[in-house]
Design a protein around this ligand. Sequence first.
Ligand code: B12
Length: 260
Amino acid sequence: MSAPPQPASPIRPYGDTANDGRVQLSFTLPLPFGEEAKEAGRQLALKMGLENPAVCHAEAMGPDFTLIVLYGQSTHSIDMAQIKVVKPEFATMGKDEIDALIADSLGRKLVVVGACIETDAHTVGIDAIMNMKGFNGHKGLEAYHQIRALNLGAQVTSAELVARAIAERADVVLVSQVVTQKDIHIANLKALRAEIEAAGLGKEVIVVAGGPRITHELARELGYDAGFGPGNYAEDVASFAMHEWLRRHAHQRPPQEAQA
Ligand code: B12
């Protein structure tokens, strides 16, 4: 019997040795802690297709639940030639470089208005991007000398956000959506986009969505200029905003500047 064909670039998880497929998995079962719960976890891993699953940790999560952590071997591999990711094309700059670029290009501050909209009360994500303190050692937009950052907070209606964007003559609108139950984030983002179009801001303002389950691909599908998920910081958003601002205004600048 001939050996099964190998993918062009088989990528498997790395555990003890290259491409051994070793993965760690954790989940909670609605069972009281004990040997039965651990064995149930092991058998579930087998049904998921993991080979040689071994429970390395289990503990009670209250009287009726057990957290299981196990190792096993995945038999699947990924062909990197098939991987296509939709992502915004821009180079992330540092804070000082961004400030200098805004000063040179706009001759005034870049105005950014942001909020977490509708019923969503999760402010930490938009605060991470906008507030002075920032997140994970990365300063937020308020810390940029050339950015006027207005964070409206949580549970802001689409109408309120658009009205404020108009009042402040915003260059950029940032919207955060964290709760995704019943695809509420999609409904909210569509409603905001419609509100922006109705207000005639569609071509003027750069609109960026973000949140733990927001991808650039989804944001583009919903009519946004970009989408940012976890692991992104203020400098990524500001760099994208300036990249997009320069693209839109290239024709308004002197030829030698536009070409530079
Ligand atoms: C803190 C928290 C809360 C706090 C929020 C306090 C606050 N002021 O924000 C409180 C207790 C109020 C809360 C309430 C609820 N929560 Co809550 N909460 C969380 C928790 C634990 C952490 C979220 C967080 O702060 N992450 C840290 C930030 C920094 O990460 P981030 O938001 O992803 O932001 C990053 C990126 O996504 C991105 N980003 C985010 N926004 C934006 C915007 C832009 C423009 C850009 C560019 C980037 C960007 O940049 C950030 C930095 O990289 C998560 C679970 C978890 N571990 O994630 C649940 C979680 C989000 N909550 C959840 C739920 C269900 C709720 C409630 C509905 C619970 C309930 N039944 O009452 C309520 C909803 C309240 C409401 N009306 O919205 C679910 C959501 C499930 C889902 N997918 O829909 C989660 C995932 C918990 C869970 N596993 O079930 N919650």
